[in-house]
Design a protein around this ligand. Structure first.
Ligand SMILES: [Zn+2]
Ligand SMILES: [Zn+2]
Length: 579
């Protein structure tokens, strides 16, 4: 039985009783019956208004369908129903009942799916599709009796609805295959799909590859404008529609986001729904009100944690209130990308103690150290970070970020000198490379740092360290001006800056006597030019130090014969005081 309003044509609830007025408009309602012949609904009357068949008693609908199926004509059926053995009629009724039960199984499934969806007419729609087909041929009856109630339903309507319910619950894994539903020929499905594909889960939990303009076009003609309006606003439709709360938790959650209602969003940070917690947290980050998202961040899955942290990094909004949470992730997350992103979020704040705590936890992790360097901490933080890395043997110039740290207002210029004495030879090479970057970036001539680097060219030590010093100063001089002597001209002025005369003579003798050092890249040619650059005044001054001159003269043959050493020594000899 079904009852339809005479005025607004809306169906009445199942508990409607004869005489009740329309629940929608309050006007008169008429009872309707389905015609056994054409299966259409019509007012209770003697004949069907659609096909003219004579009405039969409601309890005879099933047997009448069976008689029609068996070949009885529209004129015979009322008489047969009156004349046939009641037992035969009840047998026909129970056969029809088996078909109706098989159909109702699917219709009931449509009703259940509708509970999760915005539109509720799905069961009625499927009923109108299936009931007129009854009775089915035997094989169809068998097939539909066992057909699955799931996304694998043989009825395209149920399959589509089942997928939309899945999306309504936040599972977007199969979305790609069902995105076309917004173009469905069934306008109800298209409208429902558009609502589900533009809800807060679709907008903020996944990257949904559906054209925004396609969604807007379907939402603009939605039969549910109250639910469509905030979605259109979120999609940026013009003109921006007005919207109001609807009582639906999903549509209203989207409205909270649109209204930037941070207090309400905070109340969802401990929601039972992980997606709702996650979206509340990401939106609070967006609105720069994220101090309270710590617990939600810890409860989120790795992908969500990563996304929230990356948002914080992208907005460049340090949140010191969350540093305890970030440290918990750095220390405990099994996911490396989460640890690194949490470290980056801490580094963002450029807090001295937290940066140092992070260096302690980095344990050689290049990404983490890079995060700290990239955040451009204060000079004293750079200094202490560098000191700790030197101390642990982890100061490496192939670490991204040290180039930037060499720029003015970053690492103090005393860093290399302070740390050089208590470093290993390998770290000293790294420190010289850092000095090179710092000298170039600062562009100050004759700095104490450059003096340190030049003195290292002649220092006692591993040949690699000597080679590194020459290579560093070589690159500096090349960048300054073509043809500059490396490490500098052997002038009295430079000697006054870097050495004393006896010191440089001793140093030259030592390098000449160290062919392995001379063999290092750049050293041979640069040393050669260095010796050639000696001014006559230098030789005159050297003559005052006969012991040191003698060392050079003795060492010269040990140097490679192609080097200028012998001529340099001969020149010294020439100036050598006659006793
Ligand atoms: Zn009405
Ligand atoms: Zn009819």
């Amino acid at each position: 039985m079904r009852a339809i309003c005479e005025t607004c044509a809306q169906p009445q609830p199942l508990d409607w009783r004869a005489g009740d007025l329309c629940v929608h408009c309050g006007l008169a309602v008429r009872e309707e019956a389905r015609c056994y012949w054409c299966a259409k609904w019509g007012p209770l009357a003697k004949f069907c208004r659609k096909c003219g068949a004579a009405a039969v008693a409601r309890e005879h609908y099933g047997p009448a369908r069976m008689l029609k199926h068996m070949g009885a004509s529209v004129f015979e059926i009322p008489n047969l129903l009156a004349e046939l053995d009641p037992e035969l009629i009840s047998t026909q009724q129970s056969i029809y009942g088996a078909h109706a039960a098989a159909a109702n199984r699917h219709i009931e499934y449509a009703r259940q799916l509708g509970e999760s969806l915005y539109q509720k007419h799905w069961a009625a729609e499927l009923e109108e599709e299936l009931i007129p087909q009854l009775p089915w041929p035997d094989e169809k009856l068998a097939f539909y009796s066992n057909a699955p109630l799931s996304e694998a339903s043989p009825f395209p309507l149920l399959s589509a609805l089942a997928h939309l319910v899945r999306i309504q619950r936040g599972d977007f894994t199969e979305l790609r295959h069902y995105a076309h539903l917004i173009h469905s020929a069934n306008g109800g499905i298209a409208a429902e799909a558009a609502l589900q594909f533009s809800g807060w889960r679709a907008l903020y939990c996944v990257y949904i590859e559906i054209n925004r303009h396609d969604l807007i076009a379907v939402l603009q003609v939605s039969p549910l404008p109250a639910h469509a309006a905030p979605r259109l606003a979120a999609l940026g439709a013009e003109p921006r529609p007005e919207y109001f709360s609807t009582g639906d938790p999903d549509t209203d959650f989207l409205i909270l986001i649109l209204d930037q209602n941070t207090r309400a969003l905070e109340s969802f940070l401990d929601d039972n729904d992980p997606q709702r917690r996650y979206v509340a947290a990401t939106q609070l980050v967006r609105f720069q009100q994220a101090d309270g998202i710590g617990p939600a961040l810890l409860r989120a899955n790795h992908d969500q944690q990563l996304q929230i942290l990356r948002d914080i990094i992208r907005y460049k909004s340090p949140i010191p209130a969350l540093h305890d949470t970030f440290f918990a992730l750095v220390e405990n997350s099994p996911e490396r990308r989460v640890r690194d992103a949490a470290a980056q979020a801490i580094a963002l704040a450029r807090l001295h103690t937290d940066s140092l705590r992070l260096i302690g936890l980095a344990n050689g992790n290049h990404d983490m150290i890079h995060s700290l360097l990239r955040a451009k901490p204060a000079p004293e933080t750079y200094m202490e970070m560098g000191r700790r890395l030197v101390h642990s043997g982890r100061f490496r110039m192939d670490q991204w970020g040290w180039d930037d740290a060499a720029k003015p207002d970053s690492m103090p210029v005393t860093f290399v000198e302070d740390n050089f004495p208590h470093s290993t030879p390998a770290t000293r090479i790294e420190l010289l490379r850092f000095a090179e970057k710092q000298i170039e970036a600062h562009g100050v001539a004759r700095s104490p740092l450059e003096r340190l680097l030049i003195r290292q060219c002649f220092a006692n030590g591993p040949v690699e360290l000597i080679g590194a010093a020459w290579a560093c100063i070589h690159r500096i001089q090349m960048h300054r001006e073509v043809g500059l002597t490396v490490p500098c001209d052997l002038s009295l002025e430079n000697i006054g800056w870097c050495w004393s005369v006896p010191e440089i003579l001793t140093a030259i003798a030592a390098l000449m006597a160290n062919p392995d050092a001379v063999e290092q890249t750049f050293v041979r040619d640069d040393f050669d030019r260095f010796l050639r650059s000696a001014e006559p005044e230098f030789f005159a001054a050297a003559a005052a130090y006969p012991d040191e001159c003698r060392r050079v003269i003795n060492a010269a043959p040990l140097a490679d014969p192609y080097i200028y050493a012998l001529r340099f020594a001969a020149e010294l000899d020439h100036h050598y005081p006659v006793e």
